[in-house]
Design a protein around this ligand. Structure first.
Ligand code: ATR
Length: 271
């Protein structure tokens, strides 16, 4: 039996990836299995070696390991090297190769929404691994990007590296006025009280140019990004479609197969 997994921290136990991939394996009669594994950041290198030794057939990498795993890999795809983050491992002749299917997955979501960001102003909130993938995807599509983040130094470094303009969180209301697309890549989607980001968003607007708001998280109630979209009569999309799209791309790297998108969406209740 071929074994696949997703590695993350304790949050990995809530991942929908096992449900999605196991459903596709079963539908295609492949007799493979996909599990979630909680890996301590201190033993990440040992975990990569163990997965190689145990003959794992493929691995997804999620928060908080997407950037930290890079030093433990044998090589990177060009895309993963540009992004500086890895969400998929392929094992080939004893080597662990890092790929990034989040870039393509985000592009698939834009295509699904029929949204072309070329020469449009796009605002990305956050400056972590997820933001890096979104920036690369939007660079490929010719968007004008501004990155807003709580820690400005991180944003400056990120934009020097990948392109786009950096801006501090407090400038968000002004910068959002020109945005046609707004993408949240932080894990803040709810107003749990005391969140500076939530409070800034509450007072932003009216945002007359805003057409689409994407929150790459999913399953969040009282979503502050959805409320912002509603207030400004913009469309809203959460991260479920992107989750399915990146999974399909990882599946293709592991198996060479490209099952129908609905095979990945239906286990999420989406098709
Ligand atoms: P990922 O790999 O999923 O992108 P990450 O690398 O931990 O995760 O990045 C998370 C991003 O969300 C960071 O940019 C973080 O801001 P900082 O750079 O200031 O740490 C942002 N973030 C997390 N919690 C936040 C909060 N409560 N308010 C604003 N930004 C937050």
């Amino acid at each position: 039996m071929k074994i696949y997994c997703v590695i993350g921290d304790e949050r990995v136990n809530r991942s929908l990836s096992p449900r999605m991939h196991n459903s596709v394996f079963s539908r295609l009669g492949m007799g493979s299995m996909y599990i979630a594994v909680n890996v301590n950041p201190a033993t990440l290198g040992k975990a990569v070696d163990a997965m190689k030794c145990l003959g794992f057939s493929g691995v997804n990498v999620t928060i908080p390991h997407k950037e930290a795993i890079i030093p433990y890999l044998d090589c990177l795809s060009d895309e993963a090297a540009t992004v500086g983050a890895v969400n998929t491992l392929v094992f080939q002749s004893g080597s662990a190769i890092g790929h990034n299917t989040d870039v393509g997955g985000f592009g698939d979501l834009l295509d699904f929404r029929g949204f072309n960001p070329e020469k449009s102003d796009v605002v990305i909130v956050g400056a972590g691994g997820a933001a890096r993938a979104v920036i690369c995807s939007l660079n490929d599509r010719g968007a004008r990007i501004t990155v807003i983040n709580r820690t400005l130094e991180k944003t400056i470094k990120l934009t020097e590296n990948l392109g786009g303009s950096p801006a501090p969180l407090e400038d968000a209301p002004k910068i959002l006025e020109k945005a046609m697309l707004l993408v949240n890549t932080t894990d803040v989607s709810e107003d749990s009280g005391g969140s500076e980001l939530a409070s800034i968003l509450k007072h932003a607007g009216p945002l007359r140019r805003l057409k689409l708001v994407i929150d790459i998280n999913y399953g969040r109630t009282n979503n502050i990004w959805s409320l912002l979209a509603q207030r400004n009569t913009a469309e809203f999309h959460d991260g479920l479609y992107m989750l399915a799209a990146q999974a399909r791309r990882s599946f293709n790297l592991w198996t060479g197969l490209k099952p129908d998108m609905n095979d990945f969406l239906s286990p999420l209740g989406l098709s």
